[in-house]
Ligand binder design. Structure first.
Ligand code: HEC
Length: 123
């Protein structure tokens, strides 16, 4: 190849290779992310489902979900925890619909007296 384009490519050679590598990484990154399992992301003790993931992402902004899953509380106490997060720990306030959905999820997933089986080594 002695075309003008080939000469240009050859001259660009050393710069071109890293660019290709970076393009490759950019293409692969979303694939790697998609392979993250529920367990890796949330922990084996965290329930599956849309609300579970929503609550999970929201709460894990500040701490491990294990400290949530190790609890077993009734609705009133979960309500207290949510208020405590908002008032003392800077958790963003939720609109009423979302707040109720989160509270329902916590009460149903981590009901009173249920905590011991979920997170091994915690009591
Ligand atoms: C803005 C930060 C923030 C967010 C968001 C947040 N928390 Fe917390 N949370 C804290 C801090 C700070 C502590 C106390 C220190 C610690 O244990 O890490 C805490 C502690 C807790 C504890 C106490 C655990 C124990 O040992 O008694 C529970 C339960 C809890 N959070 C539940 C939640 C839930 C449920 C959510 C999501 C709906 C949430 N938190 C979101 C900051 C936050």
């Amino acid at each position: 190849m002695t075309t003008r384009a080939a000469k240009l490519l050859r001259r660009a050679g050393p710069a071109f290779a890293p660019a290709l590598a970076i393009a490759g990484l950019l293409l692969l990154a979303p694939l790697a992310a998609a392979e993250t399992t529920h367990e890796e992301e949330f922990g084996a003790y965290w329930p599956k489902g849309e609300t579970a993931e929503e609550v999970g992402y929201f709460c894990m902004a500040c701490h491990s979900l294990a400290i949530i899953a190790q609890q077993g509380l009734d609705r009133k106490r979960w309500d207290d925890v949510m208020q405590w997060m908002i008032e003392d720990h800077g958790m963003p306030e939720l609109d009423e619909e979302t707040y109720t959905r989160f509270l329902d999820f916590l009460t149903e997933s981590f009901p009173e007296g249920s905590h011991k089986e979920r997170v091994p080594g915690r009591s």
